[in-house]
Write a protein that binds this ligand. Structure first.
Ligand code: C5P
Length: 223
């Protein structure tokens, strides 16, 4: 495969783990470092795309030449993605989105008292962003999802690809300690809409990001 060219393409990339607030000083989140999404934003930028990185809080430096939109919660992320989608050519949804959010978030810090030896948190499902994207996606737009699974990676990945009308899905086995969340290396299986799969070796997130962007460029060419 030659070098990917995304000149003139406007690409949205999401990254990091969303935060769901319990109170002003506490939140629920996950182990995502944001590294994979930042590497994808950088690879897309190197390929000539006009990149907007919509990111939950991370410890990472902002890739140069990329427009950054900071968000915290899944609802923030949904709003940021859906308002920008009509003007975009593509979306890579690498953010690790919380599946549940507190039904109520307290305005003041939740205090421990003699009366509350136990605290019950009630959670509700977060909005499914890719499902909302699927409902308004144009045929010329390329949408890429991720699937982090600890079992039945390929079966679950295929279901997600179909259900969310994705052009490409990168499936990640997060049960392995050597790859995935937080580390600098990863291994993914790319699931394509035509039914074929392609597994990468265990390699750097930078290399995987470059491969993903090459696939995105190929998919644009086929549209
Ligand atoms: O969490 P799950 O493995 O189902 O995520 C699959 C894909 O869907 C990922 O690309 C993730 O960013 C996206 N997602 C979403 N909205 C959610 C949960 C996940 O768009 N509420």
């Amino acid at each position: 495969a030659g070098t990917a060219d995304l000149t003139g393409k406007r690409l949205l990339v999401t990254a990091g783990g969303t935060r769901e607030r319990l109170d002003p000083v506490r939140f629920l989140t996950n182990d995502s470092s944001g590294k994979m999404g930042y590497a994808i934003a950088a690879a897309a930028q190197r390929a000539g795309a006009d990149v907007t990185l919509i990111t939950a809080p991370t410890k990472l430096p902002v890739p140069s030449g990329v427009t950054v939109v900071p968000i915290e919660s899944t609802q923030d992320l949904a709003d940021a993605v859906l308002t920008r989608l009509p003007a975009a050519d593509g979306l890579v949804m690498a953010a690790a989105v919380a599946d549940f959010q507190p039904i109520e978030s307290a305005d003041q810090k939740i205090k421990k008292t003699n009366a509350n030896d136990e605290l019950v948190l009630r959670l509700k499902k977060t909005p499914d962003i890719l499902q909302a994207v699927a409902a308004q996606k144009r045929p010329d737009q390329v949408v890429v999802g991720f699937a982090a699974e600890t079992q039945h990676l390929l079966e679950n990945g295929r279901q997600k690809l179909t259900k969310k009308h994705l052009d490409l899905l990168a499936a990640n086995d997060v049960s392995r300690a050597d790859i995935g969340f937080n580390g600098d290396n990863n291994q993914v299986t790319f699931l394509f809409a035509d039914g074929h799969n392609e597994q990468t070796p265990v390699t750097s997130k930078r290399a995987i990001a470059t491969t993903l962007i090459t696939h995105v460029a190929e998919i644009f060419n086929q549209k």
